[in-house]
Design a protein around this ligand. Sequence first.
Ligand code: CP
Length: 311
Amino acid sequence: MKKYTEIQDIPNIQDAIKEAILLKMDPFEYKELGKNKTLVMLFFNASLRTRLSTEKAAKNLGMDVMSLNVNEAWQLEFDDGTIMDANTSEHVKEAAQVISQYADVIAVRAFPSLKDKAKDQSEYILKSFEKYATVPIINMESATAHPLQALADAITITELTEKKVPKVVLSWAPHPKALPQAVANSFATMMQEMDVEFVITHPEGYELDPEITKNVPIVYDQKEAMRNADFVYVKNWSNFKEYGQVLNTNPSWMMTQEKLGNAKFMHCLPVRRNVVVEDAVLDSEQSVVIKQANNRTFAAQVVLKNILESL
Ligand code: CP
């Protein structure tokens, strides 16, 4: 693997899941692979799980790790030809090349503005690092995608399913703040690669990018969508058409134990209790959110292992 900025970078997802499960059984088997190699992690936005699990994965492989909260460094310019006489102090052209001299792999987290759809969809931050860095790039959640999370979710479903073809539902949830579509996008993309029956449910008007959801059934009746579900992945996203708007906060979309039935509850975390999901669900045996978070390490580790092997 030469990079991991999107799910499509994985040559064979089933093989990657199997390899991640093997790494989980013996996390230090490849501890020599990353010796004298450095992962630099760049954070334009906050993180708990991605930061710690990716660092842990790198260390399991014997890598050194350096992290930078980019907003505490020089403010970067991304546009070409700008007269940089305002707030930006350094162009990504120099920054990416400089960081590449300190790193064997660069991982980037950069959320969307949720204000300028075209700019967000262009993935200009991630793509600038891909363009100007001279080492492989990993996406730790960009404007439109969170492929490390989706790989962890696929590992979790594979480990926990009791059926050959489980029914998996992605259910929108209310949230007071405008959140990106990235997690939902990557989960929808990943589920289309898996041997699952996949359904999306959300209020009318909350359609994700149709280039991502393609022919996945969208059922506006949440109860109907969740009938006989084995896994229910709950996630808020802000409106994609009325870009970045919070047009619906209807609490009836919150996940409850009654609605969940016998399904397993999934969420990428962090999650707002009793807004997105009620306490009774999160505190029940049916919640697999802690297992998902654990699998973030092995998703990152299988990606790093494959990138290190390609250097
Ligand atoms: N799920 C996830 O990406 O968590 P963090 O935002 O804490 O990294």
